[in-house]
Design a binder for this molecule. Structure first.
Ligand code: 5AD
Ligand code: SF4
Length: 490
């Protein structure tokens, strides 16, 4: 008998990507063969995001389109945050969907699909605070870096955010389980891990905190790079920051959601920090890790945001100097406290759009100025995958810059020293100057190695940079980009 096939399409954050890897793994163990597209698949699962209305509308459109790809008997399931949020309403609205399953329901997926293939239509949206899918063997998408969920759910209640309602309360995996997964990652030939959680640095397993976790994962032989996303500014304890500085594998990049630069707006968002607290957090991080690069998330047009508040966001962006920022117009999510704020305080869409454009221009200009100053410097990169254009491969520096390198001199999964030779303003092209040292170098060692190899030509990148004059024309603005790294959260 031929094995049934399954295709999973993933929307949203890295946590969803990781969940899809778990679903594929679970279904493979139960006799399913994964396939790369919907055509002819016996089971199609759409793993969804609910963070903004736009994300949900895309899925609604896609569900309509998928009808055309279904053969008689194909089962279409909707998983993830939108499934959790809408539950049985989704079944009522989309007659060709036969399964709606929330983020805590994937253990029962094989049985639920058996039922669906017999003609049942089911919703499975209970929360399960014990669920970490410990015994699932994820089928990973990427072959160079591995996403490892270390925490599920969120205990913050930012007033705009749907995540606490779709992913439930915060709970952490046990530290030895995370370490075991990191060991398996190495055994599978990978050397970079990205630890995932909605507020990942609030991780705690009994007496073990996120600092312990960084040390423990750093101690796994063969792990060469550790990233994590997304942290909450309030959970950067001194211990966590010391671990970031002390564990050499922890990369010099933090995605630190700011959301707004106005204390007044932050209070209405219930972010639980002020502008000054946020600045102090960045200062502590940079004192410990001087070469740290920062990226962030920012919402414009939150109810009550005035032009003065928005100007404070712009000024904080300039003050901090982000490598990049994911920028969003506020999107009201039913059931969240922000939707109950005085309608008179809601920001008109044209105003929000105009602010978004200005914000994107400021972010791009800042990033471009800093990136231009890095030309000629040398960095360790890990080659991740084929780039979209031509004969290039896409690589990343430890501090999360994207560098395109010629494919003929490198291999995916390898570490190299590259010299940055050009920039689009956001990404770089690089010339390969040799292989990077094979052992995980300590941060100080890495800087020394780079300095030695670069001595003959350009200076090492220690980017405390003097400001450049602004370019005459800012890059054209474009909002709503997809997130390359972040877990929806922080
Ligand atoms: N509207 C707009 N952006 C939102 N985000 C979360 N909820 C909303 C919303 N209702 C953004 C935040 C978060 C990122 C993942 O998505 O900036 O950090
Ligand atoms: Fe939790 Fe992040 Fe959403 Fe705030 S924005 S409620 S911290 S997931």
């Amino acid at each position: 008998m031929t094995r049934p096939t399954v295709y999973i399409e993933t929307y949203g954050c890295q946590m969803n990507v990781s969940d899809s890897e778990l679903m594929y793994g679970r279904l493979a163990e139960h006799g399913y063969d994964p396939v790369d597209g919907p055509d002819g698949a016996d089971v199609i699962i759409v793993n969804t995001c609910a963070i903004r209305d736009h994300a949900e509308q895309r899925v609604v459109g896609r569900l309509g389109e998928l009808k055309r790809h279904m053969k008689p008997g194909t089962v279409l399931g909707v998983a993830g945050c939108m499934a959790q949020r809408l539950g049985p309403t989704l079944l009522a609205k989309a007659r060709h969907v036969s399964l709606v399953v929330g983020p805590d329901g994937y253990r029962a997926l094989p049985q639920l699909l058996d039922g669906a293939r017999q003609g049942e239509r089911t919703t499975a949206t209970s929360f399960d605070l014990e669920e970490h899918y410990e015994d699932f063997a994820p089928r990973r998408f990427a072959d160079v870096k591995a996403w490892i969920p270390v925490q599920r759910g969120c205990d913050y209640r930012c007033t705009y955010c749907i995540v606490p309602y779709t992913r439930g309360a915060e709970r952490s995996r046990r530290l030895p389980d995370v370490v075991r997964e990191a060991e398996q990652v190495v055994a599978g030939g990978m050397s970079e891990v990205v630890l995932l959680g909605q507020t990942v640095n609030s991780y705690h397993d009994g007496a073990h905190d996120f600092a312990d976790l960084l040390h423990a994962v750093g101690a796994v032989a063969g792990i060469r790079r550790i990233r994590f996303t997304s942290p909450h500014p309030n959970d950067f304890s001194d211990r966590v920051i010391a671990a970031m500085a002390g564990v050499p594998q922890v990369c010099e990049h933090v995605h630190l959601p700011m959301q707004s630069g106005s204390t007044r707006v932050l209070r209405r968002m219930l972010r639980r920090y002020s502008r000054e607290d946020y600045v102090a957090c960045v200062r502590r991080l940079r004192a410990a890790v001087p070469t740290l690069n920062l990226t962030t998330d920012i919402i414009v047009g939150f109810p009550g945001e005035t032009e003065t508040d928005f100007a404070e966001t712009l000024s904080l962006v300039e003050e901090i100097g982000y490598e990049d920022a994911y920028t969003f117009k506020f999107s009201p999510r039913e059931g969240t406290p922000a939707t109950r704020m005085d309608p008179a305080t809601f920001v008109p869409d044209e105003v929000a759009s105009e602010r978004l454009e200005r914000l994107i221009a400021v972010v791009r200009r800042g990033a471009r100025e800093r990136n231009l100053r890095l030309l000629g410097t040398r960095h360790e990169v890990l080659v991740e995958k084929a780039a979209r254009r031509g004969e290039l491969l896409q690589a990343r520096t430890r501090d999360f810059k994207t560098v395109m390198v010629p494919a003929d001199r490198v291999r995916v999964g390898g570490y190299y020293l590259v010299e940055l030779t050009g920039t689009t303003g956001s990404t770089f092209t690089g010339a390969v100057r040799g292989e990077a040292p094979p052992v995980p170098p300590g941060r100080a060692d890495a800087a020394a190695a780079l300095a030695a190899s670069a001595a003959a030509s350009a200076p090492v990148t220690l980017p405390v940079l003097a400001p450049l004059p602004a370019p005459a024309v800012a890059a054209p603005s474009r909002g709503g980009r997809t997130l390359p790294l972040a877990a929806a959260g922080g």
